[in-house]
Design a protein around this ligand. Structure first.
Ligand SMILES: [Zn+2]
Length: 464
């Protein structure tokens, strides 16, 4: 009896891990870290219900840490099988997993200093850089569209998901003796249609069972072009004569903003301002975008083939070293500063905020979701001061937000992806969403006559 067990991203958006059992084999689709609320993060410390050494294969949909970040932990606990992913996902994991390990180590050091850990003074990191290196050794790249056998009777193909560089949907094939071939389709995280850099999600493939993400299952993205809104913010920053500080995730959002800035410059809609990318990871991720041309949409491929640099505004400067980062403080007049992290929870953007927030000429532009409790959310709610590095920094800058940027399709875009299915799967599992988004997706699918479930954490369902 084949089955699927939900070891994460069930009833929540984080910690994606789905365990498929068939013919005595076990395949894990995604090995994500739980992020966000403490109650969820504690799940990272819970033992997997099966020994990692017994897993026959891991298949990654993409490199985001909530899909890949448990790999170093599993490697530490004995995972030895291959971890299949696209070539770009492998390269992004090589940036993200060691970084995640450093954050874990930092957190443990901090806990020991404060003595707040239950295990004080010996808080241990969830994993360290050596574990991340062990995990990277297991990565095995597979191109889109190529059928790859991963265990006897189990094979899969990647299809483009359009979510971040290298992201994929997974079409899993299970052939057990005496039973008809069965297909299980995993949406992974689905991207959007008609956005720059990445191609649209490839149409969904026929499947007997489907695991679909529901991040925006109860919402539609606002209409209107984010490029127009960005142009307006750049013009406003120029009018005020100050910096436009954009906290942005290093992978994906930073490159999207760079693309729009370059295109707006080329169209003469904004002046060519100094643009600083202040994040070593963002710099490396930007280079990876140019290196993986297979993963790009036609427009990007054409621009690169013409010898253009679509991710390079004319006066772009990369700040890799701390000295280069500090030198940005001396830049007067209008400029754009892109720096991580995207919710201002850490990273070099904090230095820029500490330096620029007291200046009324500054604009802080929030271009991503700002989770409750983050500095980004405080700025958004109009905080008069912001605590950074132990100091209360007065907020005299203008704070603006652009809501049009998202790496996830909304309910209509996921619906468009599903519409390609020739018939409803016998079972559809709604995952990777908050409860309201999961319920809305389930209700919509049921109304269309589909068999749709919202699995609970650790629930196991038989595969039809
Ligand atoms: Zn993702």
């Amino acid at each position: 009896m084949a089955s699927i067990r939900f070891l994460g991203a069930a009833g929540t958006v984080t910690g994606s891990r789905h365990l498929v059992r068939a013919g005595g084999r076990q395949v894990l689709v995604d090995a994500g870290l739980f992020q966000g609320l403490k109650e969820l993060r504690l799940r990272n410390w819970a033992e997997l219900p099966i020994p990692p050494a017994s897993i026959d294969a891991v298949i990654l949909t993409h490199a985001h840490v909530d899909h890949s970040g448990a790999l170093p932990l599993l490697a530490r606990q004995g995972l030895r099988c291959q971890v299949w992913c696209t070539p770009a996902t492998r390269d992004l994991c090589a940036l993200l997993l060691p970084d995640s390990a450093r954050l874990q180590e930092e957190e443990a050091r901090w806990a020991n200093r404060r003595g707040y850990s239950k295990h004080a003074p010996n808080a241990r990191p969830l994993y360290d850089e050596a574990d991340a290196a062990r995990a990277l050794d297991l990565l095995a790249p597979v191109r889109y569209g190529v059928r790859q056998e991963v265990a006897p009777g189990i094979a899969f193909r990647f299809h483009r998901a359009g979510h971040i560089l290298g992201s994929a949907t997974v079409e899993l094939e299970l052939s057990e003796p005496g039973a008809p071939l069965r297909r299980v389709l995993f949406s992974g995280d689905l991207g959007r249609y008609g956005v720059p850099i990445l191609p649209d999600p490839e149409p969904a493939r026929a499947a007997d069972a489907l695991v679909v993400e529901c991040t925006y299952g109860d919402r539609a993205h606002p209409p209107g072009s984010p490029a127009d809104a960005l142009a307006g913010e750049v013009q406003e920053a120029v009018r005020r004569g100050g910096a436009l500080v954009i906290p942005a995730f290093a992978v994906g959002r930073t490159q999207e903003i760079l693309f729009h800035l370059r295109a707006l410059e080329a169209a003469g809609r904004i002046p060519e301002l100094p643009v600083f990318v202040d994040s070593p990871m963002a710099i490396d991720a930007t280079a990876l975008h140019a290196a993986h041309r297979d993963d790009l949409d036609d427009e990007m491929a054409r621009l690169l083939a013409e010898g253009q640099e679509p991710l390079r505004p004319r006066r772009l400067a990369f700040a890799r070293t701390p000295e280069q980062s500090k030198a940005i403080n001396h830049v007067e007049g209008p400029c754009v500063i892109l720096s991580a992290s995207g919710m201002a929870t850490g990273g070099r953007v904090l230095h820029h905020l500490a330096h620029r927030l007291p200046d009324p000429r500054t604009t802080v532009l929030l271009v991503g979701f700002q989770a409750a409790g983050t500095r980004g959310a405080s700025l958004l709610s109009g905080a008069a001061t912001l605590r950074i590095h132990g100091e209360e920094v007065p907020v005299r800058a203008r704070v603006a937000a652009l809501s049009g940027f998202s790496a996830h399709g909304d309910r209509d875009e996921v619906g468009r992806w599903l519409a390609a299915l020739p018939r409803p799967p016998a079972l559809t599992c709604c995952v990777h969403g908050e409860p309201a988004a999961l319920a809305a997706t389930q209700a919509r699918l049921r109304a269309a006559g589909w068999e749709a479930a919202v699995p609970r954490h650790l629930e196991e369902l038989p595969l039809p």
